[in-house]
Design a protein around this ligand. Structure first.
Ligand SMILES: [Fe+2]
Length: 211
C-alpha cells in the first residue's frame, strides 16, 4: 500500500475575483522583505479594503458550515470556530520548517492555495521513515508531497507535521491557512467541553450527558 495522506477533506474553489485581487494586493511587494516567508499570522490592522476582511471571513464560514463540516459529520454536534492568516513565499523565502498547529482545541487545520506555482510542489507532510533523511528530535521523517493546484483547499488533523519548501520562482505562492477549533462536541451520549486559558486547554467530559 502506498502513502496514506493525512488530508481528510478537499475541495477546489476559487475566491471571488475581487477578494482574490484584494489578497494579492495585500501581499504584493512584501514577500522579499521577510527572510523566511510573509505571514499575517498574529498581525492586526492590515490594510484591507473596506469590507473585504468580513467578506473573506464569511466566505470561509459558509464553506465550512455548508460543505466541510457536513461532509465530516461535525455540524449540529459541535460548537466550532475558526481563524485564518495569509502566507506568501517566493524564491527569496526560506520556506516553512516542519510544524503542526495543535495546541489543545484545534482539530482541523486547513490551507487554501490561492496561487500556486505551476512547476513546483512546495507543500509537504512528514511521515516517520527510517531512511527519510529529515531529522526531528533524533528520529527520521520523510517528506510526502500531495498534488496541489490553485484553488485547492485541503484540511487535515491539526497534529499532522507539514512544511513548505522554498519556491524556485520569483512568482509568489499565496495561501490562506487556518485552524478549526471546537469548544464542545458530543456523540449523543457524552459531552466534551473545552476551556482555554493560555497556555492551558482543559477538557471537561460529561459522560451520559443526555440521560
Ligand atoms: Fe502550517
Amino acid at each position: 500500500m502506498g502513502w496514506c495522506s493525512p488530508i481528510l477533506w478537499h475541495d477546489n474553489i476559487n475566491l471571488p475575483e475581487d477578494l482574490f485581487s484584494s489578497v494579492c494586493e495585500l501581499v504584493s511587494g512584501k514577500v522579499n522583505d521577510k527572510p523566511e516567508y510573509y505571514t499575517t499570522y498574529g498581525k492586526r490592522g492590515l490594510p484591507w479594503k473596506t469590507g473585504d476582511r468580513e467578506l473573506l471571513t464569511k466566505f470561509y464560514h459558509d464553506l465550512f458550515r455548508d460543505k466541510m463540516m457536513p461532509d465530516l459529520g461535525l455540524n449540529h454536534r459541535s460548537d466550532w470556530l475558526f481563524h485564518y492568516w495569509i502566507q506568501a513565499t517566493n524564491s527569496k523565502s526560506k520556506g516553512h520548517k516542519p510544524h503542526s498547529h495543535f495546541s489543545g482545541m484545534e482539530i482541523i487545520s486547513w490551507c487554501h492555495v490561492i496561487k500556486t506555482l505551476p512547476s513546483q510542489k512546495c507543500f509537504h507532510f512528514y511521515k516517520n521513515s527510517d531512511d527519510g533523511g529529515i531529522s526531528i528530535l533524533n528520529h527520521t521523517y520523510e517528506k510526502q508531497y500531495p498534488e496541489i493546484i490553485s484553488g485547492d483547499i485541503n484540511a487535515w488533523p491539526s497534529w499532522s507535521l507539514h512544511g513548505v519548501d522554498p519556491p524556485n520562482s520569483d512568482e509568489e505562492r499565496i495561501v490562506i491557512a487556518g485552524n478549526i477549533g471546537i469548544e464542545s462536541i458530543t456523540d449523543g451520549e457524552s459531552m466534551m467541553r473545552s476551556t482555554f486559558e493560555d497556555p492551558i486547554t482543559t477538557w471537561k467530559i460529561d459522560r451520559n450527558a443526555f440521560s
